[in-house]
Design a protein around this ligand. Sequence first.
Ligand code: GLU
Length: 298
Amino acid sequence: MHRARGHDVVNGCGRFAPSCTGKAHPGTLLSALLAWLDARQKNLSFLLRYEDLDPDRCRAYFGIHLSEAMTWLGLDWDQEEKQTDHIQRYEQACDSLADHGVLYACSCSRSAIRAVAERTSDGSYRYPRTCREQLVTKATWRTCPWPLRVCIADDVEMGDPVVRRRDGAFSYQLAVVVDDAEAGVTRIVRGSDIYPSTTTQRALQQLLGYAQPSYQHHFLLLEPDGEKLAKLHQSISWSSLSSSMSAGEVCAFLANCAGIPVESSTCTPKDLLDVFSWDMITCTDQTVLWQDGRLQKI
Ligand code: GLU
């Protein structure tokens, strides 16, 4: 138990873990708001973790942008960290997986996998374990030129996850599990687009002997064409949003999309703490439109 800044004694930790791959958009703010409301209402501490491991797509200035957008909306957090500071942890986790005899080098090309693999519900490919016998050890995995995978239970839909890429970058699936455990995260709130990864992450937690957090996945905001709002396709960014809407208006808009009753056209995240409950949060994705400098729900 520890004392979170400005809050009462807490006995757990929630988090928001945005990838630093683009600018904050309304979907980012929605996810941050719901994770914050959940943590603050349960009196958990709240961690902001920048997921910045992918050298091709992540930029430090996106992290700065994300935290500015959160502060603007009225969110706060007790600690922050970035994944590129945690390489040693991921290496130790790989040592441990190698010791368990479940870490292997995968020399299959993408096209070879695509030719034979089953598709999963999120459209990716379930690796058919072709290279399962190519185990690596604590002494050999670091110099392996191939992606490294972990053999996990057969019933995990996504199949054996890559934990280290060919270019040496540790994967999201490994890093998220290691970091949540290291930070003592007990509660994970995130978009339903990540739901298919949850069983993979639970399997990794089990192999690494970590405690299992509880999960809550929430609805998504969609573009009018049905695509989810995403940093990568440059959905309306917080910079444009904040030039014509106030933080209070955006907060009330997001609350309204979520199904949280708000009496006025502006509010702060703190105003929502008394009324927020998961029972009232919609399970249906909501389509939003940016028109004449306003966010609109359609
Ligand atoms: N970094 C992921 C994203 O921005 C979220 C990771 C997580 O919440 O587990 O979509």
